[in-house]
Design a protein around this ligand. Sequence first.
Ligand SMILES: CC(C)(COP(=O)(O)OP(=O)(O)OC[C@H]1O[C@@H](n2cnc3c(N)ncnc32)[C@H](O)[C@@H]1OP(=O)(O)O)[C@@H](O)C(=O)NCCC(=O)NCCS
Length: 190
Amino acid sequence: MTDPSGIDPLVEGPRTRLRALHPSEYRTVFAWYNDPELVSPFDRFSLDTFEGFVQDVESASDDPRSLAPRFVIERREDGRLLGLLGHFTPHPVLSTVEVWYVMGAREERGKGYGSEAVRLLVDHLFRVLPIERVGAVCDAENVPSVHLLERVGLSLEGTLHRALFHHAVWHDVRVYGVTRSAWASRPTSA
Ligand SMILES: CC(C)(COP(=O)(O)OP(=O)(O)OC[C@H]1O[C@@H](n2cnc3c(N)ncnc32)[C@H](O)[C@@H]1OP(=O)(O)O)[C@@H](O)C(=O)NCCC(=O)NCCS
């Protein structure tokens, strides 16, 4: 099924679909990407230029390490853009992929859209990549993100103590992951 943007969705869940960004959405997404509230959990210090951002987005498919957004989360019901998703290879040797996620539409948070979208992304990554693990890291104090990862079905694997210098304080970072076999055997209601 084609979505209202005319771009074939990558995957669809009950309430959301993931698809590539359309150039007409770059300004909206760029604004989210540079919104301090949204990106502060990632601790990005520098603002991107719009031109650099577009270049990053458009070259991301050729670069597994790219931190650029790869997909938007779109609500199926009305085509509203809800957020962004990315994934990247964090290590030159280890065979693992990490996901990241932001719900740019703040008033739509807490309604389960983020969890559904991340679940769709993890599913997709296991389907298309020959990897055994998908992971995510998050600030231990980022309660919504911790809840999202646990709800989606990633397990807490450990803590990187004082690994993130954020708002002038050292923070612990939680490491989450799920193996291919654990994902395949997770309860279907998860
Ligand atoms: C993290 C984020 C993507 C969650 O998206 P969302 O659509 O609100 O998530 P969901 O509605 O699917 O909720 C996921 C879980 O988080 C909980 N949650 C959501 N917002 C919350 C809040 N403000 N406080 C506490 N818990 C919250 C939900 O209750 C749910 O947990 P539960 O299953 O135990 O009830 C969103 O808060 C966000 O964009 N934050 C800013 C960017 C960010 O921190 N990204 C992650 C960086 S590691």
